[in-house]
Ligand binder design. Structure first.
Ligand code: TYM
Length: 335
């Protein structure tokens, strides 16, 4: 990472709470890959965030390694990007406690993800679910990044991070860099194929395309994608009237780079029977090399462990610098 002092920094993370899906890929990872030449990049697996919802320990362990293989397969070269597991860098938990004391109950109560998750997991509305954005703020602020590339659903969490950082800085001086969310123009919100009103998520697997899905499964999911009752089966972009078609067009456009006008022209008069499998096909071809490479990497546990060890070391170096500064500012006695 020569010359990295002059590069702007990027940081982001994904929870290993399920298999990575097309929403994670188009909304986040695709925007991370290929940035390593221009930015100094830190990407991690947010395993500490996953336990706000009960996890099967063996599955979490397995997914934490599989997710690393998938990050690399998506083009995140560990030589050029710092890839690590959140729980391997204790500074995340340490800064999170400090920031808890600079975050207001009221602002956490307004977080839509908290409202959402607490209504879905009524039997387990734990304090971690509530303070989740504080841990996320710690994840970000430790690394002093310029940009945080995320999908639209995480924008609110980056905004509260900025608020917390500004509050802290206003008391102690310029300790934290104020990060900007970095949200792609297309792909930032991918909806479920069977629920075009809700974001694609692993909780509705039949409408969710996973990076490791076999081509025949992807094809089937796209054939069954919900469109609308327009008898003409006309492919045009209208988010309000045709959310299912708009979602498929967004996916197609994000992968091929074609504009909506070009897509409308391409499928003019062809109907959904041609359009839906065509979207499936570009997704299959985009994901095929990723799946094959991830399957190869996952067999090499020693290599993945090594990436994690080196990643944690490089991440901790930066994170601990910020933590020491924070401890000093707030008055923790240091020897
Ligand atoms: P998570 O794990 O839910 O999602 C990871 C990334 O994928 C994006 N994403 C989507 N984008 C478009 N369409 C979708 N349907 C879709 N679903 C998910 C998310 O916006 C996100 O960018 N709290 C975070 C993880 C996190 C984090 C951080 C992120 C923890 N600490 C620090 C950035 C910086 C989360 O739960 O994302």
């Amino acid at each position: 990472m020569e010359g990295q002092e002059t590069k702007k920094r990027m940081l982001s993370g994904i929870q290993p709470s399920g298999d990575l899906h097309l929403g994670n890929y188009l909304g986040a990872i695709k925007n991370w890959a290929d940035r390593a030449e221009d930015y100094e990049c830190y990407y991690f697996m947010a395993d500490m965030h996953t336990i706000t919802v009960r996890q099967e320990p063996a599955d979490l362990r397995k997914r934490s390694l599989n997710q690393l293989a998938q990050y690399i397969a998506c083009g995140l070269d560990p030589e050029k990007n710092v890839l690590f597991l959140q729980s391997h860098v204790p500074a995340h938990a340490q800064l999170s406690w400090v920031l808890n004391c600079y975050t207001m109950f009221g602002e956490l109560s307004r977080m839509t993800q908290f409202k959402d998750k607490s209504s879905k997991h009524k039997d387990n509305i734990n304090a971690g679910l509530f303070t989740y954005p504080v841990l996320m703020a710690a994840d970000i602020l430790l690394y002093q990044p310029d940009y945080v590339p995320v999908g639209e659903d995480q924008k609110q969490h980056v905004e509260i991070t900025r608020d917390i950082a500004q509050r802290f800085n206003s008391i102690y001086g310029d300790v934290f860099k104020i990060p900007e969310p970095f949200i792609a123009k297309t792909g930032a919100r991918i909806y479920g194929l069977t629920t075009p009103g809700d974001k694609m998520s692993k909780s509705i697997p039949e409408g969710c395309v996973f990076l490791m899905d076999k081509p025949e499964d992807i094809a089937r999911k796209f054939k069954r994608a919900i469109t609308d009752s327009d008898s003409e089966h006309c492919v045009y972009f209208d988010r309000e009237k045709k959310p299912g078609v708009a979602n498929l067009m967004n996916i197609y456009s994000t992968i091929t780079g074609k504009t909506y006008e070009e897509i409308e022209k391409e499928f003019d008069g062809k109907g959904y029977g041609v359009f839906k499998p065509a979207v499936g096909e570009v997704v299959i071809e985009q994901l095929r090399p990723i799946r094959e490479e991830a399957e190869r990497l996952i067999k090499d546990k020693a290599y993945l462990n090594d990436v994690y060890l080196q990643g944690a070391e490089r991440a901790a170096y930066i994170a601990n610098k910020t933590l020491r500064k924070v401890y000093k500012k707030i008055g923790f006695y240091q020897i």
